[in-house]
Design a protein around this ligand. Structure first.
Ligand code: ADP
Length: 227
């Protein structure tokens, strides 16, 4: 059985061997099956962002292994990691991080061009994604001209632009007011379910967490299920 994402015995420390040494992750294990959507809850400062960055190949662990689609990615060269990250991992932050000088559509086209997709095909896919999250009428608008909820919906489309295998999200609706957050979260869940994506979604919102397949808690540097 090859799971979509597997983190094995992940340890991560900062300033190791120096004054101010911090040990954040102390042997964290996570396995996510294909099509499974898993919530990650953690007290602030527990290392949730650190863990997501390691899973998303944006950071490397001090020890332990990361497997994506059955491939151990821990020891890949920087070039191969970047290519893999671009094609197999989608990342959503709390803040949209869209490029301000480009339109909503262009923000979804650009990662596809970087991944070698032809321009016409990339535009078509970007438009299709925008339509699915109900922001197609804002395709030509720049991020500053969009509402917070719309900006985040565009960021979801960008994360899915290259049809990744795994979606990682760090408080994806944490920046929005509660009502908008609920609607935008619903749009994200529909998108994830429709595409059969595997996802690890960090949230402080316990009600949202329990709408996912499974809830994990990160505390004391390790992972435990929440029942
Ligand atoms: P969370 O997302 O759960 O709030 P983080 O993963 O951002 O937590 O941080 C976990 C801990 O690691 C915090 O105590 C933070 O201060 C520490 N930390 C994060 N990044 C660094 C770094 N680059 N250098 C030193 N300490 C760090």
């Amino acid at each position: 059985m090859s799971e979509a994402l597997k983190l094995s015995m992940i340890e991560k420390g900062y300033n190791l061997g120096q004054p101010g040494e911090v040990s954040v992750l102390k042997g964290a294990n996570i396995e996510i099956e294909r099509g499974e959507v898993v919530a990650l809850v953690a007290p602030s400062g527990a290392g949730k962002s650190t863990l997501l960055h390691i899973a998303g190949l944006l950071d490397t662990p001090t020890s332990g292994t990361v497997t994506i689609g059955g491939e151990d990615v821990t020891k890949l060269s920087d070039r191969k990691r970047t290519a893999l990250r671009r094609s197999k991992v989608g990342f959503i932050y709390q803040f949209h991080h869209l490029l301000p000088e480009f339109s909503a559509l262009e923000n979804i086209v650009l990662p596809q061009l970087a991944n070698g997709t032809a321009h016409g095909v990339a535009r078509e896919r970007a438009m299709e994604l925008l339509t699915r999250v109900g922001v197609d009428h804002r395709a030509d608008h720049r991020p500053a001209e969009l509402s917070g909820g719309e900006q985040q919906r565009v960021a979801f489309c960008r994360a899915l632009a290259n049809a990744p295998e795994v979606l990682l999200a760090d408080e994806p609706t944490g920046n929005l007011d509660p009502e908008t957050s609920d609607r935008v979260f619903e749009a994200l869940m529909e998108l994830v379910r429709d595409t059969g994506l595997s996802a690890l979604i960090a949230t402080h919102n316990i009600a949202l967490a329990h709408r996912m397949d499974r809830v994990l808690r990160l505390d004391g540097g390790i992972i435990a299920p929440v029942v």
